[in-house]
Design a protein around this ligand. Sequence first.
Ligand SMILES: *Cc1c(COP(=O)(O)O)cnc(C)c1O
Length: 479
Amino acid sequence: MNNLKMDLSSNGSPLSPVIIVENIASQLACSPVDKKVALQMDEEDELKYFREHFHIPKVKDLPPTNLALVDEDENCIYFAGNSLGLQPKKIKTYIDEELDKWAKMGVHGHMNGKRPWIFGDECIVELMADIVGAHKEEVALMNGLTVNLHLLLLSFFKPTTNRYKILMEAKAFPSDHYAVESQLQLHGLNVERSLLIIEPRKGEETLRIEDILAVIEKEGDSVAVIFFSGVQYYTGQLFDIPRITKAGQEKGCLVGFDMAHAVGNIELCLHDWGVDFACWCTYKYLNTGAGGLAGAYIHEKHSQTVKPMLTGWWGHEFKTRFLMENKLQLSPGINGFRLSNPPILLVCALQASLEIFSQTPMKLLRKKSILLTGYLEYLIRHYYSEDKEDPEKTYVKIITPSHIEERGCQLTLAFSIPVKSVFKELEKRGIACDMREPNALRVAPVPLYNSFRDVHRFIEILGSAITSAEQTADSTAHS
Ligand SMILES: *Cc1c(COP(=O)(O)O)cnc(C)c1O
């Protein structure tokens, strides 16, 4: 039995997760919701060994766990990789190497050892470029995400009398929203007139591509920059990056993306899609730890024309950088945007993470991810209903689009009972996931370190968490 490898239908197209799950169940002669199906899928998972590269927290070590409700030696179910990825075991080794080097040779560490500090970022930038589908000259590793967004907008947003707007999706991540707002203000623009926001249709949670394209068509002539997320952090919606890029550019707009929730999650081809600029953090699916070294990208077509508005010595060409003559010889493209020497301890963390990714193509990770998240969706649809009037089943709605081309690994769930109480009950039982106001639970099975068994256990525990939350709601209603 080898379903994961035989997962093409007779016409060669990929089988849907539903069909794969049901095929396995019928071969095992059990129900599709039986734990045996999860164990079989783990057995067949070619990527299962990647889990060994990570520290998986134990339930007993998670602060909200109620020890009476769990087996304390169990690993936790970590579905919070969309917020902060787990720690690759190699990070500590690499950081220790640089701490030792510093202790032993001090300033000589800049030029010596296996990771000369002055080239720290450049040594690993190619690994990052592979993940985002760019040439290595198009990517720099520097700063944090929001800082990079500001640096890019300073150069890409050049409003004129007729073209002065920035177009974004509604409810963008607050930092992106504030960054854009403050950039408009920096140019003395009125935010209300200049910030164009696309909202979902009434009664809908996610955006339709035809609505996005219609706004671009209608308003494009006055839009200077279109700035969208690749994958929306709240809804988990994956936008059609190539179509938005093409439509915007046909209208004369520059098009940039925040890839924070897309990088390491879906396959990206920033260069081939012609995306003008992009930025991302690395502590979510790229697992580099809080505040990790961020990434920025500028398409090579801009390498001679788009210049940084703020400069520092690290943007100066390497050959003459240390002559200290104070005559700036700017590196082309994104490399000219570098300001400071790279933080080597953050480089170590990023290197450990990128080396894990380099062991498998994104295509394979994505293939597992589609099945893993599809399995989660399958089980949720089996046990719960999206109809609030359903007399049999509790209401749980999946806000994230069900088309696999329109999502990454995250599913966002909405409940009719208060989400906060469901979340608390999950946390007591050793689940790490994420709650966002007003009413969303975000769960992200990550293909690098989550298993099909994790998904199955999650569903079992979600059942008891919901029962418990319903009882609490009932008893408060009656008291
Ligand atoms: C995580 C995230 C951020 C966080 O920004 P930092 O500068 O890394 O603190 C910003 N925007 C988006 C879309 C994110 O997902």
